[in-house]
Design a protein around this ligand. Structure first.
Ligand SMILES: [Zn+2]
Ligand SMILES: [Zn+2]
Ligand SMILES: [Zn+2]
Ligand SMILES: [Zn+2]
Ligand SMILES: [Zn+2]
Ligand SMILES: [Zn+2]
Ligand SMILES: [Zn+2]
Length: 263
């Protein structure tokens, strides 16, 4: 597998430009940071100690903090499960979007707006940043650009206010975070760059809604069509119906609305 396609089995993010440990025999890789995750730890969102589970069965779970689906490693106690990205957040939390002072988890009564996505989130690090955005990768590779894309934080970052069309052709709100290449010739929605299945490890089998899908990297020259939305799959990870050579679904969202053939 190409180096840039390798993913960390713990956090499922691409190993990217970070230092990582890799097996020489197979594709198993771990970020150095993830390999050093403590096996037991306290977390701001839970009263008991959480245990690191390497999730060998590749069970698909919802992270309690960010609600994303994943089949990477998890921090677990009872029924509470956190992906290692959210599970690794501890206070004081520093994030490059907010260099002035550290962020703290704040108990709130109702959901508040996240600075990153403008979406409502219940678990918030103040000054306001949801767990979902706080754990986004800072740098990603994407086939739209030969250069790596970096996470940008809106306003201050972007003076010109002029954006090239995104792959989805929907407008980019310059106040939300987005991914851009160095010269800002491509500014892409976070959702368009990562899709909703970036928490799944390629080559694993993800079972949800009674169907099993093979998790595949979307890196072939001709992009397959999604059997549900009928558009070309643009996200870095596709779901391929297990046992069918040609039934592709572009996202968890499409998989959940898809009423296609059952095996
Ligand atoms: Zn990792
Ligand atoms: Zn190995
Ligand atoms: Zn999470
Ligand atoms: Zn957010
Ligand atoms: Zn602040
Ligand atoms: Zn987009
Ligand atoms: Zn689709």
């Amino acid at each position: 597998m190409k180096e840039q396609n390798k993913r960390c089995s713990a956090c499922t993010h691409p190993v990217g430009l970070l230092s990582f440990y890799g097996c020489t025999e197979c594709d198993f890789s771990l970020h150095q940071k993830c390999a050093e995750c403590p096996t037991r730890k306290w977390h701001v969102l839970h009263n008991e100690r959480l245990t690191l589970v390497t999730n060998k069965e590749l069970e698909v779970f919802d992270c309690y903090a960010c609600k994303r689906n994943s089949n990477g490693f998890m921090y677990k106690h009872g029924t509470k499960k956190l992906d290692v990205l959210c599970g690794s957040i501890s206070e004081p939390f520093t994030h490059p979007s907010h260099p002035h002072h550290p962020l703290y988890y704040t108990l709130i009564e109702k959901e508040e707006l996240c600075n990153g996505c403008n979406g409502r989130e219940y678990f918030i690090l103040k000054c306001i940043e949801g767990f979902t955005c706080a754990t986004l990768p800072q740098v990603v590779n994407h086939r739209v650009d030969d250069h790596p894309l970096s996470l940008c934080y809106g306003e201050e970052e972007e003076a010109s206010g002029k954006y090239w069309p995104d792959i989805c052709e929907r407008e980019t709100n310059p106040n939300n975070w987005f991914y851009a290449c160095k010269n800002h010739l491509a500014c892409l929605h976070i959702k368009c760059v990562l899709g909703d299945s970036s928490g799944f490890m390629p080559s694993s089998v993800a079972t949800f809604w009674t169907r099993s899908f093979e998790v595949v990297l979307n890196d072939s020259v001709t992009l397959p069509f999604c059997s549900r939305c009928k558009s070309r799959c643009m996200y870095p990870i596709n779901l391929k119906l297990l046992g069918r050579s040609s039934t592709y679904i572009c996202s968890i969202n499409c998989a959940s609305h898809w009423r296609g053939t059952t095996i």
